[in-house]
Structure formats: C-alpha cells, structure tokens
Design a protein around this ligand. Structure first.
Ligand SMILES: [Zn+2]
Length: 107
C-alpha cells in the first residue's frame, strides 16, 4: 500500500507516521528509503491495531518505560513498536515478509 508523504518543515522530528500519512521534516527525506521504511512499519502496525489501539498502546508503553528508565530517549527507543521499526528499517523487504502483530516479538 502506498502512503502519501507530506513535508512539514516545522516538525521537530525527522519523520512520523500519522495514519495514513508519512510526515517528514525536509524534502530530502522523501528519498530516504530507511526513514520511509521505518514509518511504513509503523503504518502497518497502526493498521493492524485499528489505528486507535496502536496510539493507546504506544503511549502506555512510553509512560511505563519512562517510569522504568527515567529518561525520555530510552523510554522512546524501548517502545515495542520502535524496537521493531528500528531493528528492521534497513531491511527494505521486511514489510513483504512480516506477519500479523510481529511487533509482539519485541516485547
Ligand atoms: Zn519510529
């Protein structure tokens, strides 16, 4: 599935997946295959969790991690959905092989 990529230069992060859009903070990022793959992994996670349950689980996981690590960056990197996306962002065929709810292997 193709997702529209939108450039929002005022965004503080490089990329973001806001179903069904990929938001990036500069026009060069539109050609960044790794970044786009990372965001597409999130869009797949979102779709298979009916979008809303992804955001609830994502935030819940973040706040649990924040209590655990007392550090924003560590809390973010250890969100199960981020673990899956970072681990596989350079594998450009990952989404073709990936099964349903494979993020669960990164719990
Ligand atoms: Zn991510």
């Amino acid at each position: 599935m193709r997702y529209p990529v939108i450039v929002i230069s005022s965004m503080r992060v490089a990329g973001m997946a806001l179903y069904p859009f990929i938001l990036v903070n500069n026009k060069d990022a539109v050609n960044d295959a790794t970044l786009l793959n990372h965001e597409r992994i999130h869009l797949k996670q979102q779709r298979e969790m009916l979008v809303i349950f992804f955001y609830i689980a994502y935030l819940l996981n973040y706040f649990i991690n924040l209590i655990k690590y007392c550090n924003h960056h560590k809390a973010y990197l250890n969100i199960v959905f981020e673990r899956e996306a970072y681990k596989n962002e350079q594998n450009l065929v990952y989404l073709k092989q990936r099964g349903f709810w494979w993020w669960r292997f990164y719990l």
